[in-house]
Design a protein around this ligand. Structure first.
Ligand code: ARG
Length: 454
């Protein structure tokens, strides 16, 4: 049987190797920078380790390694970093490059470390970076929705329940309502961020090593909030982080999908409240009159996909025994795909919302007398009729309801959060605070990266 030699295995059947490597040679490219950062922190810590007869690496050697790692990051930034099949993954590709460049010193960098804690650290750094970017995109979409609402001002919109005409509302309330739900998703992303912000490095294969590793040192160097204390726990947490992020992304996508669904409905000719730019719609190969909102339909389908990815991650985890198992490698594709879908969807929706126009006449024309029924009953209450009697008087005489002025109706709704009670500053403040917090953390992460890889 023909076999292949790799850094870790002398004899692996090529078919088996290809199956076990899977898509890592491609997916791991996204981890290259983070792998170099993790290695720079590990080697720095090794060089500072006290109580050994002879240092594993000296401080001068650690500096050489960091410099070589910076060159690998540059290669990766320029698209010149490749992971070969016989590398198996980013970790071995980086070690190969360092060994080619630094000889025996390159062979020392993996001392006291396993690919298990190495990949866990890479994934967490990558996730932190991606969550911060996603939060920025959440803010950008919320900003577009708020601006859309602000421009429409108090244009009346039929508020619906069960999709049936219900009560007077405004375009502004619709848009900022969606914006608020979308902004709330930052809470879930932040929960995923907090889980990702723990350092598993130094847990090695999941049981520690007989070397005086200073785990809090790498935590500090890499800018993590704290260390995952238990080494076995650190290995167990791989996959859980990914599942938590996918859960946040699945929920976010469900919220985005509901926005997309409203936009599809309200831009239908039968409603015509909103108009999508023609260049954002796609035509039919047979029906010349068609301008279809395919882009928004695909938001719905992508939401279903991300939910599937979350389900896949939990299915993969739930029956897995403790400690590292190779199943975990497959979590990588799931969370990366979930991030890619959610982030692209956020950007696309921001663009579509920005291009969407309101047809104020169509919005007003949609008000049937029934939409004012509750307001009529409340006028009876103001004149002294008990609510339940007023309700029945209106319900028993629905045919007598008159068409009313929708603008006058919405002008009477002023309490917090209703038609004229929307506080735009509230959204502005929330968006600014979220943006500021993400930017500060991004700067801190960049600073760690610069310090380690110079
Ligand atoms: N590519 C692997 C993964 O993502 C790296 C860890 C391999 N560890 C092992 N014990 N085979 O899980």
């Amino acid at each position: 049987m023909k076999t292949k030699k790799t850094i870790t295995d002398n004899t692996v059947d090529p078919d088996i190797l290809r199956y076990t490597v899977g898509d890592d040679v491609v997916l791991d490219l996204a981890l290259a920078k983070w792998d170099c950062m993790g290695t720079a922190a590990h080697v720095t810590m090794l060089s500072e380790m006290k109580g050994l007869k002879r240092p594993v690496v000296t401080k001068a050697e650690a500096a050489k390694v960091r410099k070589a790692l910076a060159a690998v990051v540059k290669m990766s930034d320029e698209g010149r970093f490749v992971i070969r099949d016989d590398d198996q993954d980013v970790h071995m590709a980086v070690e190969r490059l360092l060994t080619e460049k630094l000889g025996d010193l390159g062979k020392k960098i993996h001392t006291g470390r396993s690919r298990n804690d190495q990949v866990a650290v890479d994934v967490r750094l990558h996730m932190k970076d991606e969550i911060l970017a996603a939060e920025g995109e959440v803010c950008a979409l919320a900003t577009e929705l708020c601006y859309f609402g602000f421009c429409a001002g108090a244009v009346p919109l039929v508020g619906r329940t069960h999709l049936q005409p219900a009560m007077p509302s405004t375009v502004e309330m619709w848009a900022t309502g969606h914006a608020e739900m979308i902004l709330d998703q930052i809470e879930n992303l932040e929960a995923a961020y907090r889980l990702a912000d723990l350092n598993p490095l130094g847990s090695a294969a999941g049981y520690g090593v007989p070397l005086p590793l200073d785990r809090s040192r790498t935590t500090k160097l890499l800018g993590f909030a704290r260390t995952v204390h238990n080494c076995f726990g650190a290995s167990m947490a791989r996959g859980e982080c990914e599942a938590a992020l996918l859960s946040a992304l699945a929920q976010l996508m469900a919220v985005l999908s509901r926005l997309a669904e409203d936009m599809i409905l309200f831009s239908m000719p039968e409603f015509a409240y909103f108009r999508l730019p023609r260049e954002y719609c796609t035509g039919s190969s047979i029906m010349p009159q068609k301008f279809n909102p395919d882009v928004l339909e695909l938001v719905r389908s992508k939401a279903a996909q991300v939910l599937g990815l979350q389900t896949a991650s939990l299915s993969l985890l739930h029956a897995m025994p403790g400690g590292y198992n190779r199943d975990l490698q497959d979590c990588k594709w799931l969370y990366m795909k979930g991030l890619e879908i959610a982030r692209t969807t956020l950007r696309i929706l921001a663009k579509v919302v920005k291009g969407m126009k309101v047809d104020a006449d169509a919005c007003r024309a949609a008000f049937t007398p029934g939409v004012f029924a509750t307001d009529v009953a409340l006028r009876k209450v103001a004149a002294g009729t008990p609510w339940r009697d007023a309700y029945h008087e209106v319900r028993d005489n629905l045919g007598q309801l008159d068409a009313e002025d929708p603008d006058a109706a919405v002008a009477l709704k002023k309490h917090e959060g209703t038609c004229l009670g929307i506080d735009h500053d509230l959204y502005r403040r929330r968006i600014a605070a979220a943006d500021k917090s993400a930017a500060a953390r991004r700067r801190a992460l960049d600073a760690c990266c610069r310090k380690l890889l110079k």
